[in-house]
Ligand binder design. Structure first.
Ligand code: S3P
Length: 455
């Protein structure tokens, strides 16, 4: 059956233009890590008692998770800069009375599907036009093996999509599952379902993805172990039914958000900035490694551990960049950073080649296609392949802009919007994007932070 989603979040598009500015100087902090923020709320909601979270990302995606958890019984409040969560305990979620609107957030819907899958409740998930196009089969398949039942809309190309309803099974069936796609969201959905499932739930990851769920589950007291076998597979085993202990959590700054000022400083001549308190977990920091290999002057100062996560102040100076071939196996550690890498590549000297990125076609937008279209409008030599882009950079020469004529389509994708906002700084006469509002999903304050660095 193909039908229009009955519920959609309607926000009016707000065009914005970005022009050459800089040099960029000063010290800034970026908002809290999106992945860790979602998990902080979810695990706190499953602990019995009061958890406290500071540094939580107050972006729309994370607020969607908070609203859904409230609708399922958790008490979540903000006091000053600290969020408090009174959890219901593993197994204690209540059925939500209305559909849960996940807005633009794939992480919210996929992780919460896992949570509901092993509770004796049903929940319906809806989302905006972007989220409603994204594939949910990758989560439905493993959670069905655990016994949950799903009714989902089928898209015109035959994919299971939102709106969908999950009917959880309690007790669910423990299982071993080998991830067919490198996805931290799928891994996390299964582990969250495993919390309320008696026995061992095991996820095998042939390619490592961000490991925040494993680290945080351990921190909350779950019986979870991670081994790597001789073939390099990560084997994650979780014993249910788990009892989680409330925690005091400090969320570090998001490396995926820091990526934008970092690339901007590399590209704009004369820049010298520090982005403070950024998470540099190796499962997330691939972009910084690649930029260093391209010749970027990036150093990690004041390295420390915050809440079990490695954190540093990132010092970046304007640099001449060289094109690079990005090995496909580094992709999971920078999966959200390819749009901004493509902007860096557009200014580099020589060719940048990327492969193995078909996952980018099912993010908030088809990021290969959106980036290729936008770069072509700026006169960049770009070739779109099935699983990557090849870009021949300008060698530092400004891109062809015209803020009055060039309007980049952002397709409800925050990272496309921010990537082209940064590109605007290195055009000859600016550019416009059709909609800046999606930035609110992950990086509230993005525009003022960039203005602060440029003044
Ligand atoms: C995320 C995992 C990644 C990433 C997303 C956040 C997470 O998605 O793109 O922004 O918090 O687990 P996939 O699991 O689809 O790779």
């Amino acid at each position: 059956m193909t039908s229009k989603p009955p519920y959609q979040t309607i926000t009016e598009a707000e065009p914005a233009s970005f022009s050459p500015a800089g040099p960029l100087t000063g010290r800034v902090t970026v908002p809290g890590d999106k992945s860790i923020s979602h998990r902080s709320l979810i695990l706190s909601a499953l602990a019995i008692g009061k958890s406290e979270i500071s540094g939580l990302l107050e972006g729309e995606d994370v607020l969607a998770t908070a609203a859904a958890l409230r609708a399922m019984g958790a008490t979540i409040d903000k006091n000053g800069d600290t969020w408090t969560v009174h959890g219901v305990g593993v197994g204690g979620l209540m059925p939500p009375e209305t559909a849960l609107d996940m807005g633009n957030s794939g992480t919210s819907v996929r992780l919460l599907m896992g949570l509901v899958a092993s509770h004796d409740i049903s929940a319906t998930f809806t989302g905006d036009a972007s989220l409603s196009k994204r594939p949910m089969g990758r989560v439905i398949d493993p959670l069905s093996l655990m016994g949950a039942e799903f009714t989902a809309r089928t898209s015109s190309d035959g994919k299971a999509c939102l709106p969908l309803t999950v009917r959880g099974l309690c007790p669910a069936i423990p299982m071993e599952y080998r991830l067919p796609v490198a996805s931290a969201q799928v891994k996390s959905a299964i582990l969250l379902a495993g919390l309320n499932t008696p026995g061992i739930t095991r996820v095998i990851e042939p390619v490592p993805t961000r490991d925040h769920s494993e680290t945080m589950l351990k921190g909350f007291g779950a019986d979870i172990s991670v081994e790597t076998d001789k073939d390099g597979n990560r084997i994650i085993s979780l014993v249910g039914e788990a009892e989680l202990t409330p925690q005091i959590i400090t969320v570090p700054g998001d490396p995926s958000s820091a990526a934008f000022p970092v690339v901007a400083a590399l590209l704009v001549p004369g820049s010298d900035i520090i982005v403070e308190n950024v998470g540099i977990n190796p499962t997330r920091a691939g972009l910084f490694t690649i930029l260093q290999q391209m010749g970027g002057d990036i150093s990690f100062e004041n390295q420390r551990t915050v809440g079990g996560e490695p954190v540093a102040d990132i010092h970046v100076k304007h640099s001449k960049l060289n094109g690079i071939t990005v090995a496909a196996d580094i992709a999971p550690s920078m999966i959200d950073e390819f749009p901004i890498l493509f902007i860096a590549a557009a200014l580099a000297d020589g060719e940048t080649i990327t492969n193995g990125l078909s996952e980018l076609r099912v993010k908030e937008s088809d990021r290969l296609s959106q980036m290729a279209q936008g770069l072509a409008l700026l006169g960049v030599d770009v070739t779109e392949k099935e699983d990557g882009l090849a870009i021949t950079g300008s060698g530092g020469k400004l891109l062809n802009g015209n803020a009055d004529i060039i309007s980049i389509q952002t397709a409800l994708d925050h990272r496309i919007a921010m990537s082209f906002a940064i590109a605007g700084l290195v055009t000859d006469s600016g550019l416009s994007i059709d909609d800046i509002t999606p930035v609110q999903t992950s990086f509230p304050g993005f525009e003022s932070l960039m203005t602060e660095l440029a003044s």
